[in-house]
Design a protein around this ligand. Structure first.
Ligand SMILES: [Zn+2]
Length: 329
């Protein structure tokens, strides 16, 4: 049963990844393309904190801050100025989210275990909405607005090279200040560098993680660090990842895949309507029905209009079914 489920999710994911990758090549200049897995590294301290907070606690504690910062700073923030508005608690370890998000931030390592239905300290139904391939000026602000309107939080798997543009740096700050989790989805999202001949190049992978993290620290400040990584294309799509996994782990980094998706990386074979996307999402959840933890793969790349349209309904599904919304840390 477990094996069957695993196979199902793997093939689902592989499908998503393989097609997603190709479709995403074109936005590479602004965003990048598509999918993947993650890593995280922090210990479980957060899982405990998060578990003890109820869904409404998590929502309200972060929401007010989020909604405000999202709307107040959306157009006029400059990276330098906003950086200085961050309250720095010297006793708080650097992490991938602002302090007010602590109550709903979960260790990615814990989530990685939990999402395949293995025993976990996360006992409440918890969903982690994840968005790959940003940031950009087209879709990212609209996704942020939906999340603010819905008063929920997500984790953004950002492609490092999108952050060289000043307006995109400001967008990253908006994500961060709004209480979302910031994770890394490589620097260049270039499969031929990360996985030449489909085999992982550990040195390139680790370098891309470090390049992206360094740039993020320059934008978000020294109290920022992120130990959450998603392999472009997904961990399950490539060969020879063990050395890269091990080197990332030495850096405290956890890779993270997903156990649910909306099918927005399937290209021409993907859902064409909101209804079809919601159906795809519902079907994807059957892979690990017993896990209280759902990690949902979505994209805020510039061509993901349908994802944006479906997003309020996806969120509604989890609210209706009693989930709290967490971020990966
Ligand atoms: Zn991607």
């Amino acid at each position: 049963m477990k094996k069957t489920g695993l196979l199902l999710i793997l093939s689902l994911s592989a499908l998503i990844i393989l097609s997603g990758c190709r479709t995403q090549k074109k936005p590479a200049a602004q965003g990048s393309a598509d999918t993947s897995s993650v890593t995280s590294s922090q210990k479980s301290k957060k899982a405990t904190a998060a578990t003890s907070s109820s869904a409404s606690d998590a929502d309200s504690s972060s929401t007010s801050g989020v909604a405000e910062s999202a709307s107040n700073s959306s157009t006029d923030v400059d990276s330098q100025t906003q950086e200085n508005t961050t309250t720095v608690d010297e006793n708080r370890a650097a992490t991938n989210h602002i302090a007010s998000a602590d109550s709903y931030a979960y260790s990615a390592a814990e989530v990685q275990t939990a999402m395949t239905g293995q025993p976990t300290t996360i006992t409440q139904p918890t969903v982690f909405l994840t968005f790959d391939d940003g940031v950009n000026q087209t879709m990212t602000p609209r996704v942020l607005q939906v999340l603010a309107d819905q008063q929920v939080h997500a984790t953004f798997f950002v492609v490092g090279n999108t952050l060289t543009a000043p307006d995109n740096q400001a967008m990253l700050q908006k994500e961060y200040q709004a209480g979302h989790g910031i994770a890394i989805h490589s620097y260049d999202h270039n499969y031929s560098l990360l996985y030449p001949n489909r085999v992982a190049n550990a040195a390139n992978i680790v370098r891309e993680y470090q390049q992206a993290e360094t740039l993020m620290q320059q934008i978000l400040g020294a109290d920022f660090t992120t130990k959450v990584w998603r392999y472009p294309g997904g961990h399950m799509s490539w060969q020879g990842l063990a050395p890269a996994d091990a080197q990332l782990k030495q850096l405290g980094v956890t890779w993270m895949d997903w156990n649910g998706a909306v099918g927005d990386a399937l290209g021409s074979r993907g859902p064409k309507t909101v209804e079809a996307m919601l159906q795809y999402h519902a079907n994807s959840l059957t892979a690990f029905p017993s896990s209280p933890v759902k990690v949902i793969l979505m994209h805020d790349a510039i061509d993901k209009e349908l994802t944006l349209q479906a997003l309020p309904k996806v969120i509604e599904y989890y609210k209706t079914h009693g989930y709290q919304f967490g971020i990966l840390s």
